[in-house]
Design a protein around this ligand. Sequence first.
Ligand code: HEC
Length: 148
Amino acid sequence: MKKSTFLKAAFITAVIAATPFVAGAVDHSHHEASVADSGALVEEMKALDAVFREVVSAVALGDGHRVHQALESMHGKMEKTQEALHAGKVVLRKNAAKAAEFEKMDRQFHKSLEALGQASHKGDRKGMTMITKKLLDGCVACHEKFRP
Ligand code: HEC
């Protein structure tokens, strides 16, 4: 129960942290500045990358507890980048004008992360597998559109 509550809080934090991505992205055309400012997003991506590798391994073994733990470990990292995100330091370097689409993809991605947290908590192996595949699709789709 405690863990579930904590995880929910972590995901709410993640969603809040993710939303202002777009704040600095609107109408951005100065390339030099965007390179300098993309640090927060890349930092979050590195954390996400490590978590997702662990998630893939744990899902392959049907280990809901490990999946849950991996998702929890993201909490601190995402909080850390939250300030930078709120300060508008995150800028999309590609397709910056499509900020609304980025926001939608990001929101859907975090919803799926939340669903994965719930599936892992229940030990629902089939659900974990399906959602993890969906998450991978989310990484690829967003990178195709927004990763320089
Ligand atoms: C909603 C959009 C979005 C989603 C979802 C997303 N990413 Fe990213 N990711 C980006 C963007 C944009 C960049 C490029 C940032 C930059 O360089 O300015 C990036 C960069 C990265 C990087 C940095 C390394 C590099 O060469 O650019 C890694 C690692 C990464 N993503 C991993 C992942 C993984 C793993 C997932 C899924 C589990 C994922 N991302 C999901 C948008 C997303």
